[in-house]
Design a protein around this ligand. Structure first.
Ligand SMILES: C[S@@+](CC[C@H](N)C(=O)[O-])C[C@H]1O[C@@H](n2cnc3c(N)ncnc32)[C@H](O)[C@@H]1O
Length: 266
């Protein structure tokens, strides 16, 4: 059987390399896993919780996961039948996804994600995906791998929502993992879409974290090591990480920031 522990999507800002640290930082026991900035869902895939609510404010990403739960083999075959040419990439990119059938829309997302530059999701001001085709992206996952992944995520709930909506449902028994985009200048260039998390959202995020904490949820937050995070989450445990993260998928090597993990539990 194909390894189902591999996230299917390439995703700029993915926490794949930090998984050993995140796994060790997760609570030993919890009833429900909640991830409000879910992206490539790599921690969910790693922890394999029985009950999970996953969300992201990227409607194409969430549509992809929701559709994949029902017809993964069909979507895999649709994507596999698409030509691997530069001209086809740009033709597919130019289509308005909401005018497509649900399965075609999901296959389009999978194909563009695999062959775009660095797994970046960026849109123009009209919300249209505008990432150029990349180089050396490898092949699409096999139909078998896509099918297994679709089965694996079948019992998870997916929502296209702003992070605050999800944080506000978190309560005793829940483990919430938060991985917001680093609110740097790249966000204003449309990375993660037009409504992506910005500096102005930091207070809204930490307020919602404090409310969830008071209701009894266990909360773990990854972010850049900014003094404001420690000020707004006083008495939370802080772990500095020896990893540097790029501010933007388009600017590897520039604007690197030190990361921290902040949590309200041991
Ligand atoms: C750093 S990525 C998360 C990566 C994920 N942890 C992984 O390992 O793949 C941040 C995610 O937050 C989402 N996002 C940005 N602003 C958001 C918001 N206001 N509410 C919910 N999700 C948001 C983006 O679409 C993106 O998928």
């Amino acid at each position: 059987m194909t390894d189902i522990c591999r996230p299917l999507l390439r995703w700029a800002g993915s926490k794949r390399r930090l998984l050993p640290v995140l796994r060790a930082s997760a609570p030993k026991e919890f009833e429900r896993y909640i991830e409000p900035f879910c992206g490539s869902i790599c921690l969910f895939v790693d922890l394999k919780p029985k009950k999970a609510v996953l969300s992201d404010n990227n409607p194409e990403l969430i549509h992809f996961y929701r559709t994949l739960r029902h017809r993964p083999a069909h979507i895999g075959k649709l994507a596999a039948a698409m030509p691997l040419t530069e001209s086809f990439y740009y033709e597919l990119r130019a289509l308005n996804p909401v005018t497509l059938s649900s399965n075609d829309r999901a296959a389009r997302f999978l194909y563009l994600n695999r062959f775009c530059f660095n797994g970046v999701y960026r849109t123009n001001k009209q919300g249209q995906f505008n990432v150029p085709r990349g180089k050396h992206m490898g092949a699409l996952p096999s139909v078998e791998e896509i099918t297994n992944f679709g089965r694996f995520i079948r019992s998870a709930e997916f929502h296209a929502a702003d992070f605050e909506e999800l944080l506000d449902i978190a309560t005793t028994g829940d483990f919430v993992y938060l991985d917001p985009p680093y609110a740097g200048a790249s966000r204003d260039r449309g990375e993660y879409g037009i409504n992506a998390f910005k500096e102005i959202d930091i207070v809204r995020l930490t307020d919602a974290c404090n409310r969830a904490s008071k209701r009894g949820a266990k909360v773990l937050l990854s972010y850049a090591d900014l003094p404001i995070m420690r000020e707004l989450l006083p008495n939370w445990g802080v772990r500095e990480l020896d990893v540097l993260r790029s501010v933007s998928g388009f600017s590897r090597g520039r604007g690197m920031v030190q990361e921290i993990l902040i949590s309200n539990f041991n």
